[in-house]
Ligand binder design. Structure first.
Ligand SMILES: C[S@@+](CC[C@H](N)C(=O)[O-])C[C@H]1O[C@@H](n2cnc3c(N)ncnc32)[C@H](O)[C@@H]1O
Length: 127
């Protein structure tokens, strides 16, 4: 993945601001001040998600989780379409904001704010 990622950063003129590191986030993550993980965890079931959050928790920095999060209520929201898509392609559902908070809690984090970024993504802080 690194050559592909490198091209993206070069095209955006950001190469001097990043260090690209390969790795398996179920095993360990490089040291950091915070971990931003986007669109990765909704692919995994609860057990695997808690395993991954456990690796991040033990790394000792806050987590900024950006993913599809179903808000409470019965209003139209993109995440509800994604929920159906995930049922078809992954055999599992998307998660509500409360379900994400419970998962990070199960891994030892304290959940913070949920920030709705756009129609598709929300960010959950976890400390
Ligand atoms: C749906 S993509 C999201 C990519 C990017 N974060 C985005 O939002 O466009 C899921 C990413 O999870 C990465 N991934 C899956 N399993 C992984 C693992 N065990 N360790 C590290 N990365 C992994 C894949 O390489 C892929 O880049």
């Amino acid at each position: 993945m690194l050559p592909e990622a490198s091209k993206t950063f070069e095209a955006e003129g950001l190469s001097d601001r990043v260090e690209l590191v390969a790795g398996d986030f179920f095993v360990e993550v490089p040291p950091g001040d915070a971990y931003l993980i986007k669109s990765c965890v909704h692919n995994f079931g609860d057990e695997r998600a808690i395993e991954l959050f456990g690796v991040l928790r033990r790394a000792g920095a806050p987590l900024l989780l950006v993913d599809t999060m179903i808000p409470a209520g019965n209003e139209p929201h993109y995440s509800k379409f994604d929920d159906v898509e995930m049922m078809v392609i992954a055999g599992r559902n998307d998660r509500t904001e409360a379900e994400w908070a419970a998962l990070v809690t199960a891994a030892g984090f304290e959940p913070g704010r949920v920030v709705r970024c756009d129609e598709r993504f929300s960010l959950l802080e976890a400390f």
